[in-house]
Ligand binder design. Structure first.
Ligand SMILES: [Zn+2]
Length: 496
């Protein structure tokens, strides 16, 4: 049930059924209603192959799954380009896996799961492709993957691998067993991290292995736990506390209890400045290294070393942003019962650097410079983390249409074109109210969320429908599969 409350179209939902892959995860209208009792969580660890043999097997597994991906893509392309325009379903390709027995046992050395996983990725790519076609966007046909563009293999079911966190008879230390790879040793810290989810009822259901460097000497393993029980906590600022977040230059925030709008001073998150400073230092470093690298025309040790240093600085910057986003989100959720975010799915939210007629250049200063994309990413990541943390703590998250929230006076609610005297200060010509522009906007966002919350409570707190994942699977029924089989013109199992 999707409820339109007043002029707001609001969807409360849980992230539990969100797609696990791609940008669809926790984006758009995905909000948390505080009703979940269990959630899906991932834990990622780094590892090095235990033996040279295991290292080689990992690279072979990567190659095999890439071959499956490319072959599945080829089959679908051929079928689609044929005059009959046959569409091959994922189900059709799954059925061919058994045909590999005997003919291509090398591909099945790690079990069926990695093969299916690669086929699933093709299906995702086609799902996204057809969705783009439907939206009239630039379609971008799914591409074949070269060795440099394929770094992950996965298992969507707990088959062919097992976490042995207390060791086994053969090996007393914690390890991850994978068919065809043997035992991958786990550090004590990694085992502890996994055990935390298991202690909360989690069941290890998915596994991905990602090559972390080109040589394949460093890898990451990501284990997905289903049915992890949520640990509901009480909001530190009380059951009525509600926070509005404006995605501005200085990021935030107007806080305190929803009932007490007038006396609330509002606040800006201080570590935003700190983050900006540290990113600035890294940006200068990258610029210096890049200028130095530009002087080297030919490949050599010096150039390679510089490239590595640049990559390292970029990595460090993205880690800074990630940590900042997680920490602030944790704090926000711990303090507040309800959080109101801008719903960025509204088309009018596309803020250009120059600004619009209504909102002249709000972000000009922040958008100039190389850190722009990183800071923009910080806002998105923070919203993601707020949702993740809120889901676990049993909080509610509202998304509201942010139109005019930066031009409206939060005191007298009038919209005034001259309401903004500078980038940082909002001044109202009607009532004389003035304050930081981002705080004013955050107050307006909170007021919209407050109105939504009241309407929702008045309606008897209905459970609202979860939004549909962006990648929709086509339903396969037996009749259509038979039909497809009859009309299918491409060769089947021989392709792989
Ligand atoms: Zn006013």
């Amino acid at each position: 049930m999707s409820v339109a409350i007043g002029t707001l179209s609001l969807v409360i939902a849980s992230a539990k059924k969100a797609p696990r892959y791609g940008s669809g995860r926790l984006s758009g209208k995905l909000y948390v209603d505080g009703h979940d009792t269990a959630v899906f969580r991932k834990a990622e660890i780094g590892f090095k192959p235990a033996t040279p043999r295991q290292g080689r097997a990992l690279l072979r597994l990567l190659d095999a799954s890439r071959e499956v991906y490319n072959a599945s893509l080829q089959e679908r392309r051929d079928a689609y380009e044929h005059t009959s325009q046959t569409r091959i379903a994922l189900f059709d390709q799954f059925k061919q896996v058994t045909d590999l027995r005997g003919s291509r046992d090398d591909v099945l050395a790690w079990g069926i799961q990695p093969v299916r996983w690669a086929m699933q990725r093709v299906d995702d790519a086609f799902g996204a492709f057809f969705a783009r076609v439907k939206d009239g966007a630039t379609p971008g046909y799914p591409r074949f993957k070269g060795p440099g563009r394929w770094n992950t293999v996965g298992f969507d079911e707990p088959k062919g691998w097992k976490l042995n966190l207390d060791g086994t008879k053969k090996r007393a230390t914690p390890h991850l067993y994978v068919q065809g790879l043997g035992d991958i040793p786990l550090s004590k810290a990694a085992a502890r991290q996994f055990k935390r989810y298991i202690a909360r009822g989690g069941e290890a259901t998915t596994l991905t292995l990602t090559r972390a460097n080109r040589e394949g000497t460093a890898w990451r393993a990501c284990v997905g736990f289903d049915k992890v029980a949520v640990t509901k906590t009480e909001p530190e600022l009380g059951p009525d506390s509600m926070l509005g977040i404006d995605r501005g230059v200085a990021v935030l925030v107007a806080g305190a209890a929803a009932a007490d709008f007038a006396g609330d001073p509002g606040q800006l998150l201080h570590h935003t400045d700190d983050l900006k400073q540290r990113l600035e230092v890294l940006r200068r470093k990258v610029e210096r290294l890049q200028a130095e690298r530009a002087r080297y025309e030919q490949y050599g040790n010096r150039l390679r070393r510089l490239s590595k240093q640049i990559a390292k600085a970029h990595h460090k910057a993205s880690n800074l942003v990630e940590n900042w986003a997680r920490h602030t989100a944790k704090q926000i959720v711990a303090e507040n019962a309800v959080v109101v975010l801008e719903d960025l799915n509204f088309k009018n939210m596309t803020k250009s650097a120059k600004g619009t007629v209504q909102d002249p250049g709000k972000n000009v200063a922040a958008k100039a410079g190389l850190n722009r994309s990183l800071l923009e990413g910080a806002h998105g990541k923070q919203a993601q983390w707020v949702r993740v943390k809120a889901e676990e703590a049993g909080r509610r998250i509202w998304g509201v249409n942010p139109a005019y929230t930066s031009q409206r006076c939060s005191s007298c609610t009038r919209i005034d074109a001259v309401g903004r005297v500078s980038r940082d200060v909002f001044y109202c010509g009607h009532c004389g109210h003035y304050e930081h522009a981002d705080v004013n906007a955050a107050r307006n966002i909170r007021a919209l969320g407050h109105a939504a919350e009241q309407a929702w409570v008045a309606a008897g707190r209905p459970l609202l429908e979860r939004p549909k994942p962006r990648l929709r699977r086509r339903k396969v029924d037996a009749a259509s599969v038979r039909q497809q089989r009859l009309s299918k013109t491409t060769t089947g199992p021989g392709r792989l």
